[in-house]
Design a protein around this ligand. Sequence first.
Ligand SMILES: C[S@@+](CC[C@H](N)C(=O)[O-])C[C@H]1O[C@@H](n2cnc3c(N)ncnc32)[C@H](O)[C@@H]1O
Length: 307
Amino acid sequence: MRSHQTVLLEEAVEALRVKADGIYVDGTFGRGGHSRAILARLSSLGKLIALDRDPLAIAAAMEIADPRLAVFHAQFGALREVVRRAGVTHVDGVLLDLGMSSPQLDQADRGFSFRFDGPLDMRMDTSRGQTAAQWLEQSSEQEIGEVIRRYGEERFAKQIARAIIAARSRGPVDRTRQLAAIVAKAVPTREPHQDPATRTFQAIRIHINQELEELAVMLPQCLEVLDDGGRLVVISFHSLDDRIVKQFMRTHSQPGALPARLPLRAHELPKPHLKLIGKPVFPSESEVAANPRARSAVMRVAERIAA
Ligand SMILES: C[S@@+](CC[C@H](N)C(=O)[O-])C[C@H]1O[C@@H](n2cnc3c(N)ncnc32)[C@H](O)[C@@H]1O
């Protein structure tokens, strides 16, 4: 199995503007590509707090013997709590590299990919929660259709949900290839260069891991834990994540709305919490050629400004 090929490695670490004695959070350790590059820029006084919800990512992080690294098996939605447990009040930067690691995608028994046959699991944190098979077993046709439509932006969500329910009446739907075949039969047309099951797998994965909720809960906590001048760097791989990040950064980089009929001048308005740094960054052509998984990546950067 291939290890994870880190996306936008130099760009992300550069965007964090790592100070040698600073304290940083890598909210998505994965296999530690970004974390190692951050550690390489820290002095002996610097600190890196790394978290991941995947026990295998945490096992990989534990292999790094470095007193500057503090590892937590946690969801980044618990950022504030993790920072507190790490014994600090503020940090100088937070990095999120969203989505899946290659080991997650390439390991058949994780159930994320229809390229291999495996149990339909799809949990990033295998130590808790409902598997995709259990969810498909217990949900109504309407719920399944709604998840596939909303998180997969799939036009044939209804047909797919109906086909899953029909298959379920004959026996459990609990293998990746089995689900992919059900979807392929239910989808009347195919998008070029895309397996018909791509959108359905993405949707179920996002739902099972509550990915959008995690992000929505986590981002406001960055405003509390980031020190003045601290950077928030987020790499997204699909438009649903990126939309949340973009809206969050945009909202908090504008002064508060002018209260109606209150005689306030522009400089008296509530100050924004963030400053946008540069434009969205995309991987270079050579990076995408070397690592096709980078092709949908977009990185956004914002800086905490003094309250
Ligand atoms: C794209 S990989 C990160 C790769 C990493 N930057 C590297 O260079 O090795 C995404 C990682 O984020 C983790 N992850 C996704 N959502 C998470 C969440 N809400 N909380 C904690 N970890 C999460 C996944 O388990 C996965 O290991």
